[in-house]
Design a protein around this ligand. Sequence first.
Ligand code: ATP
Ligand code: MG
Length: 357
Amino acid sequence: MQRHGYQAYLVGGCVRDLLADIEPKDFDVATDATPEQVKRAFRSCRLIGRRFRLAHIHFGRDYIEVATFRGSGNGDDRTELTKEGRLLADNVYGSIDEDAVRRDFTVNALYLDPQRGQILDYVSGYRDVRARTLRLIGDPEARYREDPVRLLRAVRFAAKLDFTIEPRCAELIATLGTLLKNIPPARLFEEALKLFLSGHARRSFDLLQEYGLFRALFADTAAVLDGESGAASLEMLRAGMANTDERIASGKPVTPAFMFATLLWPAMRRHQQQLEAQGHTVADAIHMAAEWAVFRQVARISIPRRFSTPMREIWQLQPRFENRHGKRVGRLMSHPRFRAAYDFLLLRVLEDESLEP
Ligand code: ATP
Ligand code: MG
């Protein structure tokens, strides 16, 4: 990029992670070139995104995301806000210092020029990395309102980096949690994957609970956890999160299906029990309760069918572990979801002592 005469910096998570001694998972670049100019400079470049236009420069199977400096657009009619203060479009180009201040946290707004070996810092992000503090740039309430996903990002980065959320930014989280209802469920699904499948699920889960955000994401499960027999379910969920983190740490595969099966289990299970009490068979009750739980959940976090289908299979196989004799055992063990369902059964022991072998 620099050879083509443009400004170009590594920016955001990769700079923050390098300074915090964490291996960055990807590298993002910020530039004064427009996406079209980037495309002209690199043959392997693809332009993506509508709401937020970006250039991807491909290298084999990998790519580097290149974003043009964005302007703050403050007092400018080209940036639109909803009545709750949510930012709708963000495609006004600007200078690097404007680009810095429209980022979320100060630690995410550092620019590294690897050629000069220089870091540009417009928002005291360097100081905050040193102090291990997450601080929103500007007025925290306005910044959360502009994009309430930042509430989840605060928690996610606190969990991942083991940083402390600046007190005012922390205090606002509980009161603004309801704003998440305005976020498209598909975006919350993406965010949920980052919270629960990035190797820091246990800490993220605990912090979501601590900051009162878990309820905003998983209302039906939260209701069970807060109820009288909630302690056992809480233990099961925590163990599920810790297991996932261990699997990721040792390079084993993890799936959103298993994660959502765990997160929605308390809600599904309670409903299943109510249906059984009304006289439905176990299999019917699970089927109906799964339907109910998924229907309610996807209004907040969309779960693509390729994950909700195996999730339901994991649930539906649970009562079949009670038959431990005869032909059915062989059939159960050859089910494609047997392994996941068995791992899930092991987790359930923490919730239900009667399952103890
Ligand atoms: P990681 O990739 O490790 O999860 P990251 O900081 O790279 O962390 P991304 O979601 O990849 O997070 O975003 C890259 C950068 O874009 C961020 O560092 C931040 O500067 C900016 N950014 C991302 N999302 C937002 C947002 N919702 N509001 C403001 N700035 C954002
Ligand atoms: Mg990133």
